[in-house]
Structures are given as structure tokens and as C-alpha cells.
Design a protein around this ligand. Sequence first.
Ligand SMILES: Nc1ncnc2c1ncn2[C@@H]1O[C@H](COP(=O)(O)OP(=O)(O)OP(=O)(O)O)[C@@H](O)[C@H]1O
Ligand SMILES: [Mg+2]
Length: 267
Amino acid sequence: MSSDFSANRTEPVFQLKGVRYLYNGRQIALDGIDLEVGRGEQLALLGANGSGKSTLLKLLDGIFGPNSGTMRALGRDIAAVASGLDSFRFHREVGLVFQDPDVQLFSATVFDDVAFGPLQLGLSQAEVRQRCDEALEIMEITHLARRAPFELSGGEKKRAAIASVLSLGPEVILLDEPTAALDPRSKWLLVSLIQKLGQAGKTIITATHELEIVPLIASRVIVLGENRQVLADGPARQVLEDTDLLVKANLIHPELHYLGHFQPSMG
Ligand SMILES: Nc1ncnc2c1ncn2[C@@H]1O[C@H](COP(=O)(O)OP(=O)(O)OP(=O)(O)O)[C@@H](O)[C@H]1O
Ligand SMILES: [Mg+2]
């Protein structure tokens, strides 16, 4: 499916310059973000609690515009998208999986939630059905299609929320902690999915606290500091090997990372 947005192939997908965002006009959530994301890139967005990851993803999804600075997404001014201009077409191209699946699931059944986006596109019933079946199958929740969202476990809800974004077939997929609270099999399902979507040329930005999945799902890493600015932006391996940076950004703690792939040599 093509649109004016996807036709504009030369411009970066996202272009942010000096972006600041304040909640309620006073609570600083992002404090001068410069960022450029090219088409087909897979990024991981890292940062401590409260560093602004979810806020940044909401801005990238055009839910709200910046208080200052400039921000373009798919060739459009995000402030205009946030105020409603062309936002329907924009959201065919950019999909956000929220950190909290309860925000995403609002229908009577999982199927209805997954069908909600495709139904807005004016597709035939058969096409809507096919998209939903595919999305449910990919997330391995076909058996849950007739359940109400409140009848699901936390991990099942998460998978349903992801299916509701996949059914729209967006070019750009923003994932806010998609593997949080998932068991290892579900986590692997998601890692494989991100890899497949990446190979299919999708632009994917994943906010996560799970450093072990980062090299599997991203070639580039952005680290937001506790000062709500970009602390690092570079190749995944390079950023993940910078122990001092990871400690500074509150992404690892010397007393906690004793098991894993990161064995910081701190005296
Ligand atoms: N609705 C809101 N109203 C006021 N302040 C908010 C709101 N949502 C977030 N904030 C504040 O904005 C800052 C950034 O929050 P955000 O949710 O973007 O962080 P995060 O990096 O996603 O954190 P986490 O890892 O806990 O999900 C925090 O200081 C937070 O308290
Ligand atoms: Mg968050």
C-alpha cells in the first residue's frame, strides 16, 4: 500500500532538531533532542526510568507535538500531524505499541481490537479478515481472538496489542518495551518478529530495558540520559560495550549484572 508519506523516499523517516517536551507546561520530559532516523533502520532506545523513552515514542507517533524545536516525520511536520492534519493517513504508516497494553485494547474482543485499524482503511471484509488472521497467527494468539482483553494475562495482552498494530501493516513500527514481562518463548517470538520485519525493510524503534535483546533487534542504539538528552547514539555493539556509559545512564548496576552478557569490570 503506498501513500504520499511512503512515496517520499529521499527524506529521513524522522528528523528532530532541539526537540523539547514538557508535560503540563512545566515537567520536562525531553530537553533538546537531535535525532535523524533513516528508512529501514532498526534502533533500540535505551534509558533509565523517566528518561523520556515513552514520551519520545509518542512524539514520533504524532500523538503530541514538541513544545519547542522542529520535528518532521515521513516528510510531515509532526506538530501538524498532532493537531489532526492528515493524522489518519499518518497512522497507516506509523504504528506505536504502547508500553501499557490496556491503553491499546479497548474493544469487546481481541479480534475486534485487531480489526479496528483495517476496518478504518475501507478494505473489503475478506481483506480485513485476512489481515486479522495473519496478525493473530504471527503473535500466536488465534485461540484468544474471541476473548475480552480483560480476560487475558499480561503477556497475552501485550501480544494482542502488538497484533492490533501489525494488522495495519505500518512501514514504521514503534515498540515501547514490547518484551517486558514476557516469558522466554514469547520474548523470542517477538525478537524473531522484529528481525523479520527489519529484513522486510520496516523502520523499527524499540524502547527496552532488556539489554540482552538489543544486539538481536537493533544495529543502532540511542541512549537517553537522566537529563532527558541524548547521551549516546551509535552502533549497537559499540554502545553496549561502553560500561562507563551504561552505568552513567543507569542501564546496568554493578551489583545486579552478575549473570549476563555484560560483566562490567568495576573494582
Ligand atoms: N502524563 C504525564 N504527566 C506528567 N509527567 C509525565 C507524564 N508522563 C510522563 N511524565 C514524566 O515525563 C518524564 C519522562 O517519562 P517517560 O514515561 O517518557 O519515561 P520512560 O523513559 O518511558 O520511563 P520508563 O522506563 O519508566 O517507562 C518522567 O519524568 C515522567 O515522570
Ligand atoms: Mg516508558
